[in-house]
Design a binder for this molecule. Structure first.
Ligand SMILES: O=P(O)(O)OC[C@H]1O[C@H](O)[C@H](O)[C@@H](O)[C@@H]1O
Length: 312
């Protein structure tokens, strides 16, 4: 980690004389002592949090959370050792923001995968620390990246819990899809189970999967798992090998996605280690498939998720 020296880029990129440059924020963000601007991997700017209650990190590239751990806990957010940190490419792991479409979209032909939010550079607009709980605010102006009708605000609040709030506004009618594509660190995926999805309908997107299924009992992982559940409630990841439980509560989301790539898909991804699937899983808060959000011109949508950890 390199401390930010006030000289490198903070803010958003723009074109100037045919080159991509960084716009320095004319109103510098006042930072509490627990928040530092750093030059992260790939020389990308990031916000580092070391507070009385947690440590964490968010890259401006994608407003991408790459770390969160409450004091005394191992990292809760998983990040691939093989991730690239390159403008235009998504970070592998952490919490990618998927929008304005999810995966390849409801029409199945949208690119880039998961939309352009996660590969755009966001502005860091504010930070505060209240008794060790740190709030970081980010803004994305679609006009900066060729999408002038869409803007977004994202607040990441980290302390003993992690709360994410993504608000998206559109100036023209939009069928919105989105996700907080959270990668969670687990000790042994073979022993992990997910509670709270019992009885929910799901689309199974894994090879050979059927479009409508009903979850029987807890979710366990016996191969590639890629499921979009119709579910607006809470869920818990039970990780016996780590002796902990990760809980999720949410609002503004009608789908919960459970993903683990297992052997073949891991091998096919260049930015994902062949064995890394054993130590991660995604529990994503989403609106997708038949759960898209139709917005009128001037409309907005807010989605919120809270992750918390407890020992078992
Ligand atoms: O490789 P990515 O574009 O980051 O997508 C990773 C995964 O995201 C979601 O969980 C989708 O349901 C999966 O189908 C996809 O493989």
């Amino acid at each position: 980690m390199v401390a930010y020296d006030g000289v490198g880029p903070v803010g958003r990129r723009r074109r100037w004389r045919g080159r991509t440059v960084w716009r320095m924020d004319p109103r510098p963000v006042e930072l509490p002592d627990s928040v530092t601007l750093i030059t992260g991997q790939g020389n990308l700017p990031a916000v580092r949090v070391e507070s009385a209650r947690c440590t964490g990190e968010v890259y401006l590239h994608g407003a991408h959370v790459t770390d969160w751990a409450p004091s005394g806990q191992d990292p809760v957010i998983w990040l691939s050792e093989h991730s690239t940190f390159v403008p235009g490419r998504a970070i592998r792991g952490g919490i990618p923001l998927s929008a304005p479409w999810f995966a390849d979209g409801r029409t199945g032909d949208m690119t880039p995968a998961h939309g352009w939010f996660r590969t755009s550079t966001w502005e860091f607009t504010g930070a505060q620390d209240v008794d060790g709980t740190v709030s970081l605010a980010f803004h994305l102006d679609g006009a900066d990246v060729g999408h002038p009708t869409i803007s977004a605000d994202y607040v990441v609040e980290m302390g003993e819990e992690l709360t994410l709030e993504l608000a998206i506004t559109t100036q023209e009618p939009l069928v919105l899809e989105n996700a907080l594509h959270t990668y969670l660190a687990v000790a042994d995926i073979d022993a992990v189970s997910v509670r709270g999805l019992e009885g929910c309908h799901y689309v199974d997107k894994a090879p050979g999967g059927l479009p409508d299924n009903i979850q029987q009992g807890e979710v366990t992982f016996a191969g590639e798992t890629d499921r979009v559940y119709t579910h607006d409630g809470a869920a818990q990841v039970i990780d016996p090998a780590a002796g902990r439980l990760i809980s999720l509560t949410k609002s503004g989301s009608s789908k919960t996605v459970v993903w683990n790539p297992a052997v073949a898909k891991s091998a096919a991804m260049a930015d994902f280690g062949d064995e890394e699937w054993r130590g991660m899983m995604c529990l994503e808060v989403a609106n997708a498939l038949d759960g898209v959000i139709p917005l009128e011109a001037g409309g907005s949508h807010t989605m919120r998720a809270t992750y918390a950890v407890a020992s078992t």
